[in-house]
Design a binder for this molecule. Structure first.
Ligand code: SAH
Length: 435
């Protein structure tokens, strides 16, 4: 099973390569020595992860060729804007016309769109976002795996079920051997080309130990490794980069500094942003975003959240609903609705029409059984599968009843491939910022 389509190198300019996929060109960052024009590669998240033997690549491409153009046709058909506009208010029509021309609506307009309730208007927003996704990023959808290596955490974030204060959760910490075993399975058995390693902020691992794990993975496998261990310090970020990590998944959670401080005792937004900015400077691909529906959070805040991800140069926007966990201080605070999450994903696409991978988060999948289909048709183009060993997975209980808490990897894959196929999406993953 294969989640990326092999591409052929067309040209090389320093560390940037141009790759051909059945006549479509994408750019990617390359660090493989001696790569030459005509070589076949796999890339994920805009990063070349592996060179492939030409015969193997041609064989795989032959299989894909059959379906690649069919998929594109389906996607183009589903992305048409064919709605009756008579149900639209002139304000919504005007804002979306502007967005469809590629201009980012003003903050007030973005805020207005986030608040749309009327179904016809919302559908037009989703269609517009989906149209822009198709126009700029075609039918590629990135499929990453996430491995949750530990649920120990030294912080007391008010919304989080694995906060240090929650005595009701059984704690686990995977050993280096267990991590390597899970990665081996994800890469060799299931074909993942990009993995996120995540944990609470766990003092039980030293940065050195985490680096050793990342280094071993990068030495043994052609895979993009994205780290999500919380605030490891600026020096820690550099060490992890040097060990081979190339993505950082770190949400700023909220761009409102006061709200941030009230949710995260002893932590500041400034420190979080310092990490994100330093990571971008070091060359990490940035995966960031926030929670939707924190108490006291306004639509204005959410607009600022979206603009902040863009300002940080995020490769992936990760925004998911806050879901109440009964054993936390926010246990009684209600979650937002499916429509509010979809509005946000669609508005995220208007904010970054040409580049962002917009993720359907597991939290959204937990909130709505139709999250993936609806989200992918509202501007999103990225999903994550859970590759944490099932024996640990239910203990990574950020919130209750997490989707995929017990589903084996094979099932998740089959479900994903089937859904992507029905929507005309292909798991190519090579859209990269210009420059
Ligand atoms: N230690 C890492 C990973 C944190 S857990 C870090 O600091 O980045 C991963 C994400 O889960 C968090 O960024 C948070 O946005 C999300 N999360 C935690 N509790 C949640 C809840 N109750 N509902 C929805 N998302 C939650």
């Amino acid at each position: 099973m294969c989640y990326a389509i092999p591409g052929k190198i067309k040209s090389i300019e320093g560390r940037t390569v141009t790759v051909d996929y059945f006549g479509e060109e994408r750019r990617a960052l390359n660090e493989i020595q001696n790569l030459t024009v005509g070589d076949y590669i796999y890339a994920q998240g805009g990063y070349v992860v592996q060179r492939i033997a030409p015969d193997d690549a041609r064989e795989i491409l032959d299989v894909w060729k059959e379906t690649f153009f069919d998929l594109q046709d389906v996607d183009v058909r589903l992305s048409r804007i064919d709605l009756d506009r008579s149900n639209l208010s002139s304000k919504t029509g005007l804002i979306l016309d502007l967005a469809l021309e590629g201009r980012t609506p003003k903050k007030e307009a973005l805020e207005y769109l986030l608040g749309l309730e009327n179904e016809a208007e919302r559908n037009y927003l989703y269609k517009s976002a989906n149209f822009l996704r198709q126009k700029h990023l075609k039918n590629s959808c990135c499929v990453h795996g996430i491995l949750e290596i530990s649920n120990f955490c030294r912080h007391g974030c008010h919304y989080c079920g694995i906060s240090a204060h929650n005595k009701g959760v059984e704690r686990y910490r995977m050993s280096r051997e267990e991590i390597i075993e899970a990665v081996t399975e994800a890469v060799e058995t299931y074909g993942f080309k990009a993995l996120v390693l995540q944990s609470g902020e766990d003092p039980g691992y030293s940065v050195q130990e985490l680096c050793d794990i990342v280094r071993e993975i990068r030495t043994r496998f052609g895979v993009l490794i994205c780290v999500s261990f919380g605030e490891v310090g600026l020096a820690g970020l550099k060490e992890l980069y040097d060990a081979g990590a190339r993505g950082l998944l770190m949400r700023f959670e909220t761009s409102n500094a006061e709200l941030y401080a009230s949710m995260h005792p002893g932590q500041t937004l400034a420190t979080r942003l310092e990490h994100l900015r330093e990571a971008a400077r070091l060359g990490y691909l940035i995966f960031t975003g926030g929670l939707i529906g924190l108490p006291g959070q306004t639509r204005k805040d959410l607009v600022e959240d979206l603009l902040l991800a863009r300002e940080l140069g995020a490769e992936m926007f990760s925004y998911g609903p806050f879901l109440p966990h009964p054993d936390t201080p926010l246990g009684a605070h209600p979650a937002v609705s499916e429509a509010e999450v979809l509005n946000l994903l669609a508005v995220a696409r208007l904010v970054d029409p040409t580049n962002a991978k917009i993720l359907i988060t597991t939290a959204f999948e937990t909130l709505s059984s139709n999250a993936r289909r609806l989200g992918l048709l509202a501007g999103a183009n990225s999903v994550m599968l859970n590759v944490t060993p099932v024996r640990y997975r239910q203990n990574y209980a950020l919130y209750p009843n997490r989707h995929y808490r017990s589903e084996d990897i094979q099932n998740q894959i089959e479900e994903t491939i089937e859904l992507l196929g029905s929507l005309g999406r292909a798991p190519t993953d090579l859209s990269v910022k210009a420059g």
